[in-house]
Every structure is written in C-alpha cells, then in structure tokens.
Design a protein around this ligand. Structure first.
Ligand code: GLU
Length: 429
C-alpha cells in the first residue's frame, strides 16, 4: 500500500506556523517512504470563509519548499482537494449509514449511532490510547447537519478513506476526535489509517501558540527576514531530534532520517532565540551573491543599489546579522544619511572629528593606508583609540554599533565620509 499523508487545514486567512509544522512532518514521512503528501482544504465552514486564505496557504507552504502531490482522483498540477466541492459525496455516505441502520435522522440532522464499548488505538507517537465506553466522545454525534454540510469528524473520515490516506499525522488536539473517527471507519468497514498525534507548539510561557499572543503567521517570519530553509530546520527540531544530534541540516536530510518514533510527546517550545541563531547560521553559509539577491528580494530599496557597492558591504555585515532585516539596521547608513544624536558623542568628539577629517582628506583611499594614518594621528595627539573611533563611527553612522569602521569608510567613499564628518562637527560646534 502506498504511504499517503495529508494535512487538512481550514483556510482561515493566513498560513499558520502550526500548519507548516504539521505539513513538514507529513511531508517528511511521506517522502521518506516514497509516498505522497496531499493538501486538502477543510473549507466547509462557509461562515469562516476568508478571501485570499487559500492563496496564503499555498504561498506559505511553497515558500518553505513543502510541495504537495495530486490526490489519486485529481487532475491538474498541485490541485488541492476542496471539501466544499464534495458535499454530495458526504451526503451519499451519510445516507448509506442511515440505510444500514448505523445512523439516524433527527430534526433534519443525521446522527451516528455509537456502540457502547471502549475504543483505542496504538498511536505512533504516544503509544496505546483508550477511551472508555462512557466517554463523552463516545455518545451519538452529528455527522451531517440540517443544512447538508458534514461535521468535521465525518468529512475527515470520508475524505481519508477516499484519498487512501495511510497515516494521519496531526496535532494532539485531535486525539479526542480519534475514537469517533475509528467508529466511523468500522461502520464503513474500512481499516483505519495509523494515527500519530504530534505535540502542540508552545510559547516560552508554555502556553499553546495563539493567534492573539504569538506570531503565528508565516508571513511574519518572511517579512522579518528569516530564510525559509532556516525556519524549516528550526521546525524540524521541535519535538524531534536528529539521530546524530545535529542542529543544522537540510530538508532533504530531514526526509532521509525522519522517523515518527523520534517524535516526543511533550510540547516543544517555540524559542525565537534558537530560531534567530539557526537563521544566522544559514545567512553565514550563503555566498555574497546569494545573500545579495536575498537582500534585494527582501528590501525594495536595495534593488536600486549598485551591485558592486552592495557586494562590497555584505562581507562586513554577513557575520553580524541574524535576519535579513538586521541588514537594514546595521548597514542602513551606507544608503541613507544617518540621523545624528548629539547624546551619542563623547566630550572630546570635536577634537577627534577635526583630526579624523584631516586624515581622511590627506590619506590615500586604501584600507591599510587609511588605518595606518589614523593610528599615527591617534599616537601623535595622544588620543584614546577607542574614543577616537567611536566619534568617527557615530558621525558616519548615527550609531555606536556598526560593522568595522575603517572598512566601512573605504566603501562609503571619501566624499560622503567628509560630508558626514563635517555635518557632525556643525551639529556639535
Ligand atoms: N482541519 C483540521 C486541522 O487543521 C484537520 C485535522 C486533521 O488532520 O484531521 O486541525
């Protein structure tokens, strides 16, 4: 039997990082087994329909490189299933159960008749789970509402049967739905898929990630300048660990080594600091050209910048940034006049800047030369080296934290450097 997994998100407006997490594990499991990974849209809740939501999902998953397959009965490249197109199927299946006495109609809705017995399964992440027969979950329940729409538990089983899903890998919040679904499989005389309930992601306060409190929209991560490869790598490490304890590895490698048995039950913490660290690692692995094109894709204003200029700046900054956005913060002064804050200058700034201006006017425009001339001026005048360079740094960049300053000066050019120092002197005098 072909391994076939799926995610079944409801298109509610944006691509949720939890959906990406479930997609990643489903994708890896299916690809590892040479199987298929299917995307199905649970869009039967018409009231909650949000325009553009489907596109946001496709965009988010594609951004992460989590490609999905066509289903067995579906034509066209990457056509997802859409439950709203399948209402007739659910109605027929509900009728079938009613005819065979396994369901009944009441006030226009169709109810499934639950058998009174314990229901359990061997969960691939959590082991044996059993719901005793008197559980709330094992009372008769609605499968088709009076408006002709299926309930989640019914549609999900009909779809998973039709789509020949072999493994249901989904969030732990669905554990309590599983006994009802198992009874439905039995009613349809089908073997159920294997279930694996993966842990819910938690914020550092250990609460489940929430739309109101935590950044859960994938677009947030894109806009903040996270690389999709880094975010995927980070998600891999949530509730799962590499057999060799590696922290940095590709999606391809994840697919190769992924096993559900390494997924832990405990809810993993979505630790932004760790994500930042991983993202920094990925940024450092890029060539100058690769980083340059990612920066241009991220920031509109960088697209108009001369490539040679941008490529000269990148090596100064690459080691120091953890997101693409931090490039703007650290290197913005290369592209825009800095806004100067008098308070950032020390007491002796005027003296230092006067001396620096002189060196800059007279020095040959070459790194070692400029460095040497500055050190000579510092020595001749008995300046404090750190204070001297800090004054120059603040005058040129508006900030006390910057890439190496003499290197930056060389790239910035003689003219701009002089102008900025003059502007700082005017402000201070
Ligand atoms: N729409 C459900 C969700 O996104 C699907 C659950 C399932 O995979 O069965 O949580």
């Amino acid at each position: 039997m072909t391994t076939r997994t799926r995610i079944a998100p409801s298109p509610t407006g944006f691509a949720h990082v939890g959906t990406a997490y479930a997609a990643l594990f489903n994708f890896a499991f299916a690809r590892h087994e040479d199987g298929q990974f299917i995307l199905r849209l649970e869009d039967t809740d018409v009231k909650r329909h949000v325009p553009g939501a489907e596109e946001a999902l496709y965009e988010g998953l594609s951004w992460l490189g989590l490609s999905w397959d066509e289903g067995p009965d579906r034509g066209g490249p990457h056509a997802p299933y859409r439950q709203s197109e399948r209402l007739k199927l659910y109605q027929e299946k509900a009728q079938k159960l009613t005819k065979s006495g396994l369901a009944y109609e009441q006030e226009g809705a169709v109810f499934f008749k639950c058998q009174r017995r314990d229901v359990g399964w061997d969960d691939l992440v959590r082991g044996e789970i059993t719901f005793p027969q008197d559980s709330e979950q094992l009372k008769d329940f609605v499968i088709l509402k009076s408006d002709g729409y299926p309930t989640y538990n019914f549609a999900v089983v009909v779809d998973d049967i039709e789509m020949e899903i072999s493994h249901v890998i989904r969030a732990e919040e669905h554990i309590s739905n599983t006994p009802r679904q198992l009874l439905l499989y039995e009613a349809f005389e089908r073997n159920p898929p294997q279930f694996a309930h993966i842990p819910a992601l938690r914020n550092p306060q250990r609460a489940k990630l929430s739309k109101r409190r935590d950044p859960v929209d994938l677009r947030f991560y894109r806009d903040e300048g996270y690389l999709p490869e880094a975010l995927v790598n980070f998600l891999c490490l949530l509730g799962w660990s590499h057999p060799e304890e590696k922290e940095i590895f590709s999606l391809e490698e994840f697919v190769k080594v992924f096993e559900l048995s390494r997924v832990r039950k405990a809810g993993p913490v979505f630790d932004m600091q760790k994500l930042l660290w991983i993202n920094g690692e990925y940024i450092r692995q890029l060539s100058v050209d690769e980083l340059s094109s990612k920066l241009e894709a991220q920031s509109l204003k960088l697209r108009d910048i001369d490539d040679t200029y941008l490529n000269a700046i990148i090596p100064l900054v690459q080691e120091r940034i953890k997101t693409l956005k931090e490039f703007d913060e650290l290197a913005g002064f290369f592209f825009e006049e800095p806004v100067l804050d008098k308070g950032l200058f020390g007491n002796e700034a005027i003296m230092y800047l006067d001396a620096a201006l002189k060196v800059i006017r007279e020095s040959e425009w070459q790194l070692e030369n400029l460095q040497k001339s500055m050190l000579v001026a510092i020595k001749d005048n008995n300046f404090k080296t750190g204070d001297f360079f800090m004054s120059v740094r603040v005058a040129l960049t508006g900030s006390r934290i910057t890439p190496p300053i003499v290197e930056s000066i060389i790239i910035l050019g003689k003219e701009k450097t002089q102008k900025r120092i003059q502007a700082a002197l005017e402000l201070l005098k």
